[in-house]
Design a protein around this ligand. Sequence first.
Ligand code: IPM
Ligand code: MG
Length: 353
Amino acid sequence: MKATIAVLPGDGIGPEVVAKSTELLSAIADKHGHEFTFVEGLIGGIAIDERGDPLPAETVAICEKADAILLGAVGGPKWSDPTATVQPERGLLGLRQHFGLFANLRPVKTYPALVEHAPLRAELLQDVDILFVRELVSGIYFGDRQEQGDGDSAFDTMTYQRAEVEQVANVAFRAAQGRRKKLCSVDKANVLASMRLWRRAVVDVRAEYDDVELEHLLVDAATMHLLTRPNSFDVILAGNMFGDILSDEASVLAGSLGMLPSASLRADQFGLYEPVHGSAPDIAGQGKANPIGMFLSAAMLLRYSLQLEAEAGAIESAIDAALDAGLRTADIASPGEASVTTDEFAAAVISCL
Ligand code: IPM
Ligand code: MG
C-alpha cells in the first residue's frame, strides 16, 4: 500500500528516536512491498525558535494531508520559563484538539526479560498487560483557564460533557471486549461534580456491553492498586489528567518510561502516534535514548491507521527478539550490565525484522 506519514520530531530525544523509527518503517515497507512517504514538520520548542509558534500552520497542513502522524516529543528547559507566553506543549495539545484525537491508547505490559530489573517484586509483575484509555481532548486540559492574570491567582476548570465521556467509554468497552473483558474506570466521584457525571455516563454506556465486568476506582486508590495488583487490570479508562498521571506511574511496571507507546485516535482511525516519554533533555544527543516506546508507537500506527496488522506484529516480535538477545539501552540495563546506544539497539531490531 501507499501511505503518507507526517513526521514531527520535536525536541530533546524526539529527533533521535524519530529518525530511527522512519528507518524501521522504511525497512518494513521494503520487506512487505509498501511505499511510505515521510513529510517532516516542526512542532514544539524548535517550532517556537524557528517560526515563533509551537504549532505552525504549515505543520497542521502537512498533518491534514497525511494518513497518520508520527511524533517524537516536545519541550525542554530552554522553553520552560513559567513567565513565557507560549509553551512547546501547546503544539502537542493543539494537534490533539485540532484533529479531535479523543481516545489515547497506552498499552503497558511487562517484558519477561526485564522483570528482574524492575523496582517491584517479580511475582507482582507476572503477566501484567494493561491498556489505558485516556480521554485526550477535554477535561481540565481544555477547560476555562486564566493563563496570566494579576500574577496572584490563576485557575483551570475541569468540565466534561456526557457525550465526551460516552464517546471515550465506548472505545474502552470495545477494547475490553477484544481482550479480557474487564474495565476499570477511574474518577474522583467522591469530590468532583465532573467526575460524578463521568461515573454516571460510564455506568450508562455499560448497558450495551454486559459481557464486560466494570469496576470503579477513585484515582487516589487507583495509584495504589496499580502497584499492589497490577496484573488484575485489563482496560483502565480515565479522564485527561488522571490518565496522564496513571500512565506515567504504570511505566514502572514495564521497566522504563522509555518502553511505552501511545496512539491518539479519532473515530475514523486517523491518529497521532508518540512515545509516552517526553523530550528527556538530560540525555538528548548522547545516544542513550530507548527507542522502544517510539518503535511500538510506529507499530500502533501500522495497526490502527493503516490496518497492517502483520507488519505491526513484525515490529513487536523484532523488539522482543532484541531484548531476548540481551540488548539493553541504559534505562533498562541492570546495575553493572553493559548497555547499547540508541543506534545499536535500533539496528538490532531492524535486523531482527
Ligand atoms: C503526555 C505528556 C503531555 C500531556 C504533555 C507533554 C503536554 O505528558 O502525553 O502524557 O500532559 O498530555
Ligand atoms: Mg504525560
